[in-house]
Design a binder for this molecule. Sequence first.
Ligand code: DGY
Length: 444
Amino acid sequence: MAKMATGRRDDLDAQARRILHANDRGGYTVPNPHVYPFQWNWDSAFVALGWQEIDSHRAWRELQTLFAAQWEDGFLPHIVFWQQDPGYFPGPDVWRVKRAPATSGITQPPVAASVVRWMWERQGSAADMVVADLYPRLLAWHRWFRRARDPEGFGLPLIIHPWESGRDNSVEWDAPGEAVDTSAIEPYERRDITKLEHGMRPTKRDYDRYLALLQFGRDKGWDQRVIAAEGPFRVIDFGLAAIFLRAERDLAVIAERLGRTEEAAETRSSVARAETAMQRLWQEDPGAFCSLDLRTGAPVRVITNASFLAFYAGIGNARQRGRLIAHLEDIAAHCRFVVPSLDPRHEAFDPLRYWRGPVWAVVNFLIARGLEETGYGRWAERIRLDTASLIRKTGFFEAFSPIDGAASGGADFSWTAAIWLAWAGRTPEHRQDAARASRQADGA
Ligand code: DGY
């Protein structure tokens, strides 16, 4: 059991800093040493925001280390296996990506460009060089999404594996996952359920599908175009799409500030295409932007925490936003802590099972940011306060029950600690003060 994270903000700040230091492997931070002993893609982007509160050089290094594992075609893997660790399944011997460093063969939500923009805005000209160095790598990754993950010109990238959504066992993948043939999967042994309670993790049915999809990609030699065109799981994940659209906008801003005018225009056209495509994801029933199974054309009509990333993506007309806020109100009336990863009224809701109920601090951060930017400041603050209460009451866990705040998943979790330092543990005034102090230090 982790230490209880009770007490004043300063104590929690110190605990959060200790967690990042303890999980630091020199240039990258493991999400949790027992359950996830490697570098994860979107974890590192969030973790960089936490490091920024401690040491800005270390924050940039987190991203530089991640991008050091980028493939020549721009693909950025979801896991980088910088060292061996038999405690995780599936490890590099299962992925069989023939590269050094060894990586997985799938990607994850592209939060990095947004994080780079925020860190640059916070640090000012002191960060010009590192941004100029990271920018071409970010652009290459985004171009890869546009090219390799949009074979039919939908305007938004598709995912080829539930793990790419970052919300591994969301109920959204249940129906599309039915098309995955699991009859030829190799025997395997999970490690996650030797460390965490089975009831907090995906089921065997989910894992069988994860493995079948991994084997499919491996059999295709991780040829991303073939997998995206022929794979058994081809889904527009609204969550990843929202993060992508937002990151495209942020990338365009970075390009403009760096004077890369043509590339900025190229990225702006992708933004325009993505905005148009987003409207195709809107479903009057249930009144939300929904993921879409591209194989069948069937929308996945379900309200998850990803639904509220619409604000973060800056999409939706007044009526659509009104309907989303109404969902948020209904959800808040059915649980103590928002935002659960599945509407508590859904039959599959399970308060402790990974992405089928628990609250995740990082998603709350993105949702709140979007709400604040679109004029729903009171909701944004409610979400921040709930996130802070969960951490204060329970500790820096991977996720939390929205019903009673109980812990779900691993303890001493890097991204929860990072989000505490960067957002949940900071009042809006405190964040403004920190930004001002950092600009003054920069001489701006
Ligand atoms: C896991 O192993 O549970 C990870 O979420 C996959 O990325």
